[in-house]
Design a binder for this molecule. Structure first.
Ligand code: CA
Length: 234
């Protein structure tokens, strides 16, 4: 399960090179040549990460980063600044506006992919491609397989995403609307009840391998995946 990555870069050759590398690494990319175009994409698809060139025609990368940080919906999107500049002071101002990392051109695609992976793991664990195993339940986003003792469970796409989200954010309680944002995406208008329906389906699948107790209802708050005992009504 790759991440949705927005590449904001005005040089078509670099934009293409980056986007090719990202696709190879399994990510979904969106490209913009300036901040204005980038904003349209951000509003449309809320990316998991933004690769942002410093020097853009019109609004600069720094200004665009500040703008993203000002808005509730976009303020937590991880940003990696791309730049040809090497001065320490520029690096500092990049990090000051809230960039998560900073990469100086020219860089190798491999280095870029590694940095992206590090930032995503830190900021959005569900968008990295790591296998997660909790209490014998193993989920592998790259092969889309869920197994318990090598026995494969067959999950629908929504149950898969829901389980992966819960497993990458385990022990925390998530409200229905947080689950809708994290699993369905914040532009999808579905009712809270939809969450309950998919939780029920997920539990039913897990019940077959005696793992349904991992998905717990926290009364009045929402759901969590926990190896501890359920405290609310299970
Ligand atoms: Ca540029």
């Amino acid at each position: 399960m790759g991440a949705k990555i927005l590449v904001v870069e005005d040089e078509p050759a670099i934009q293409e090179l980056i986007s090719y590398g990202l696709k190879q690494a399994g990510h979904v990319t969106f490209c913009a040549g300036d901040a204005e175009q980038a904003m349209v994409i951000v509003n449309d698809v809320l990316p998991d990460l933004v690769l942002l060139d410093w020097m853009l025609p019109g609004m600069s990368g720094i200004e665009f980063a500040k703008m993203l940080r000002r808005v509730t919906r976009t303020k937590n999107i991880p940003i990696i600044m791309l730049t040809a500049r090497t001065e320490e002071s520029d690096k500092v101002s990049g990090l000051e506006v809230g960039a998560d990392d900073y990469i100086t051109k020219p860089f190798s695609p491999r280095e870029l992919i590694a940095r992206i992976k590090a930032v995503l793991r830190r900021r959005a664990p569900e968008a990295s491609d790591d296998v997660v195993e909790i209490s014998g339940l193993r989920i592998d986003p790259s092969t889309h397989r869920v197994t318990v003792n090598n026995k494969e469970l067959i999950l629908g796409p929504t149950e898969f995403r829901l389980l992966y989200f819960l497993m990458t954010h385990s022990e925390r309680v998530h409200s229905r609307s947080q689950l809708l944002d994290g699993v369905w995406g914040d532009h999808v208008f579905v009712e809270d009840r939809t969450v309950d329906v998919h939780i029920r389906r997920l539990r039913k699948i897990l019940e077959a391998v005696d793992k349904d107790g991992l998905v717990q209802t926290v009364r009045g708050s929402g759901y969590r995946l926990s190896v501890g005992r359920a405290s609310g009504m299970g």
